[in-house]
Write a protein that binds this ligand. Structure first.
Ligand SMILES: C[S@@+](CC[C@H](N)C(=O)[O-])C[C@H]1O[C@@H](n2cnc3c(N)ncnc32)[C@H](O)[C@@H]1O
Length: 343
């Protein structure tokens, strides 16, 4: 819609902030409004109230503009109501019953990260309410620094054979090819693999071969690869700043379901490695079961693997791997585990 509009850059930024911010801070906005609303409110009116509350509480929009403009886009029959509620929101102090209201997350995410990360949970959640930065690689591909660092830490050498079992849209696969590796990039469906192909063409990373394959049973020869990257599907709790609506969609049950899939993926990846080969497991999430839990599973199932030393700050040692918290360097949150098969 923005592309089809004739808004200038400044207005585009304003609209983007309004849409992403209101989506992210939905629970906080609802709390501010619901102090003064005693009845069910229809969705279009609810959205107008959220947009107004967001501008009043979280943006530098003058009060008269925030209220007046929001009343102007509310359904005609509800304008008096929206005007009255937003004026009361503007006059009342910002008060929050819990951090989950103030930071606008579902209770379960705050509780889970509190249990898994301790004192680091609230700073991590705060950092994921900030708009993400945009970083580009030398080949023009847009990729967060955390993912670029994962590619650095896979540390491929010229001519090595590498498999990326969960590769779409191809950010890390093209990054590894750009460092001279021969990369087999697989993903579950043809449409996902199409994304890889598009990015291979755009970046000119021509040493990537794509494959539609279930990473839990890949058709690759055992002991044939120097490195295998499992950049696994995960709950995405480390990238909530980038996906404004994700916190409202992920469910607690997803975390355990994904952890089970992650265990199957790493178990399928290990036999593909030659003696001395390296398994790299990464996920853009922060929950224990998807990070330490996978490490513990690998330690129990493949006891001979040797961990590589954890990378330096801003990474911190986490089990035998390393965790990158979103507030450590303003990047996506990420977990990385590097285990070497004995020679
Ligand atoms: C975190 S994303 C990968 C991002 C990618 N490595 C990059 O850097 O651009 C996880 C991917 O795993 C894929 N996936 C999910 N289940 C899979 C499976 N059983 N086998 C292979 N890929 C799977 C998803 O389609 C998704 O593209």
């Amino acid at each position: 819609m923005l592309e089809a509009s004739d808004l200038d850059d400044r207005d585009r930024r304003f609209v983007t902030e309004l849409v992403y911010g209101t989506t992210r801070m939905r629970r906080a906005c609802d709390h501010l409004v619901d102090r003064f609303v005693a009845r069910e409110v229809e969705p279009t009116v609810r959205n107008a109230l959220r947009l107004g509350a967001y501008q009043l509480a979280f943006m530098d929009v003058p009060r008269h503009a925030a209220v007046g403009e929001t009343v102007g886009i509310a359904p005609a029959r509800a304008r008096g109501f929206v005007n009255a509620i937003l004026r009361r929101v503007a006059d009342a102090p910002l008060e929050w019953p819990t951090p989950a209201h103030a930071l606008s997350y579902p209770d379960w995410i705050v509780e889970r990260l509190g249990a898994d990360l301790g004192d680091e949970a609230l700073p991590a959640l705060e950092a994921m309410n900030l708009a993400p930065s945009v970083t580009h690689r030398a080949d023009g591909y847009t990729q967060d620094l955390a993912s670029q660092w994962v590619v650095d830490l896979v540390d491929v050498r010229e001519g090595e054979r590498v498999a990326d079992l969960c590769a779409a849209p191809g950010g890390k696969a093209t990054g590894m090819a750009g460092r001279g590796a021969l990369v087999v990039a697989g993903d579950l469906t043809a449409s996902r693999v199409g994304l890889i192909t598009g990015n291979v063409t755009r970046t000119g990373a021509d040493s990537v071969v794509t494959l539609v394959a279930d990473g839990t049973s890949p058709a690759l020869r055992p002991a044939s690869l120097d490195r295998v990257l499992v950049d696994a599907p995960c709950s995405g709790i480390g990238v909530l700043r980038r996906r404004a609506d994700a916190r409202w969609r992920i469910q607690p049950g997803d975390v355990d379901r994904l952890a089970a899939l992650q265990r199957r993926l790493v178990d399928a990846a290990l036999p593909l490695l030659r003696p001395g080969g390296l398994l790299v497991y990464s996920v853009c999430t922060l929950t224990d079961v998807e990070t330490l839990g996978i490490d513990e599973h690998l330690a129990a199932t493949w006891p001979d693997l040797e961990p590589l030393a954890a990378p330096n700050e801003p990474w911190r040692p986490w089990g035998r791997g390393a965790l990158l918290l979103p507030h450590a360097a303003g990047t996506d949150g990420m977990f990385l585990l590097r285990l070497q098969v004995p020679s």
